[in-house]
Design a protein around this ligand. Structure first.
Ligand code: BTN
Length: 324
């Protein structure tokens, strides 16, 4: 039943600008025309809008906004990312599933996405709150042909894709806080977790985890995080369609990834620095050895933060507490 329905959606999607006759659908799916009609009624209950015109046939005019591989792929014009989508209503963490699928050979560009995560993972083993239907909780499996030491560039690339999507599509300018947090009006809105399996000179796979707080109201954010975390909705006073937002991110990601693979890191560096948080400003930095004031100037090819010391020298910072 489920698989016939998916085949039906696929057939209608392939011919989305045209009507497909009941006869043709019944022939291709090997079911009666009455069964085709019943499936259409079920699709309408699921939120699909179907136009039925006598002597022409059926056409989907609108997909439901709830997430599924079909609804995400409808209108997604990418060549390889999201060709395979695994969607679950509830998971512990999309990272766990994506890592497992990658170990089992999942193809480059596979997406794992969930409405809700019960054990979402953040960087440095922190939990990541992933309330049901309120944000984008997704992991992308990549098989890049590159050296493992360049993997941090993929995280920086992803940060620029998220920043551009929030800026251009959602209409509010975010900043990227080193290494890869997305902030809006001084509060964290999205984060990226990169996990990798590699040999010395070759990446087997990378799992890029993206978490974006999209439609949380203030009361959806745990009280202890309210002063430091926000959602796009709170900062734009507008509810966002998750399906469309995901499509923007996936197409932006594919374009940016291909440009990076063909031309290198320069464009990512430029975009990262355009959105970089407090670039050109003085901050206090603390390492195990010392605490001092320095000016942030940008990002290096290896993901280090570039800082300008008092003597004018530009240094690289790999890990430090920064008092933003
Ligand atoms: C961070 O800023 O600490 C990174 C947060 C990453 C969260 C995403 S949500 C989808 C994917 N699954 C997880 O468990 N974590 C990442």
């Amino acid at each position: 039943m489920e698989s016939t329905r998916n085949d039906l959606i696929e057939l209608l999607e392939k011919n989305k600008d045209d009507y497909v006759s009941g006869q043709e659908l019944s022939r291709q799916l090997n079911i009666s025309r009455t069964a085709v009609w019943k499936h259409m009624k079920e699709l309408e209950k699921d939120g699909y809008m179907i136009e039925a015109v006598s002597r022409k046939g059926y056409r989907i005019t609108q997909f439901p906004s709830k997430l599924s591989p079909n609804t995400i792929q409808w209108g997604l014009h990418t060549n390889w990312i999201g060709k395979k989508i695994i969607h679950r209503e509830q998971v512990d963490s999309t990272q766990i599933i994506a890592n497992q699928l990658a170990r089992e050979g999942a193809e480059h560009g596979t997406i794992v996405i969930a409405d809700e995560q019960t054990a979402g993972k953040g960087r440095m083993s922190r939990p990541w709150h992933s309330a049901k239907g309120k944000g984008i909780w997704m992991s992308i499996v990549l098989r890049p042909n590159m050296m493992p030491q360049h993997a941090p560039q993929l995280t920086l690339l992803t940060a620029t894709v998220l920043a551009e999507c929030i800026d251009h599509y959602m209409g509010v300018r975010p900043s990227i806080k080193w290494p890869n947090d997305i902030f809006i009006h001084g509060k964290k809105t999205a984060g990226i977790l990169t996990e990798m399996q590699a040999e010395q000179d070759r990446i087997q796979y990378v799992v890029l985890g993206i978490g974006i707080n999209v439609n949380q109201d203030e009361h959806d954010i745990p009280p202890e995080l309210r002063s430091i975390a926000t959602s796009v909705k709170q900062e734009t006073n507008q509810e966002w369609d998750l399906r469309e937002s995901i499509q923007h991110i996936l197409s932006g990601f594919e374009v940016s990834y291909e440009h990076y693979m063909a031309n290198g890191f320069a464009h990512i560096k430029q975009t990262w620095e355009k959105y970089g948080y407090r670039i050109g400003e003085t901050v206090t930095v603390e390492t195990l050895q010392r605490t001092w004031q320095t000016v942030i100037v940008g990002i290096a090819e290896d993901g280090a933060l570039l800082i300008k010391e008092e003597d004018g020298n530009v240094d690289k910072l790999y890990s430090a507490e920064i008092q933003w």
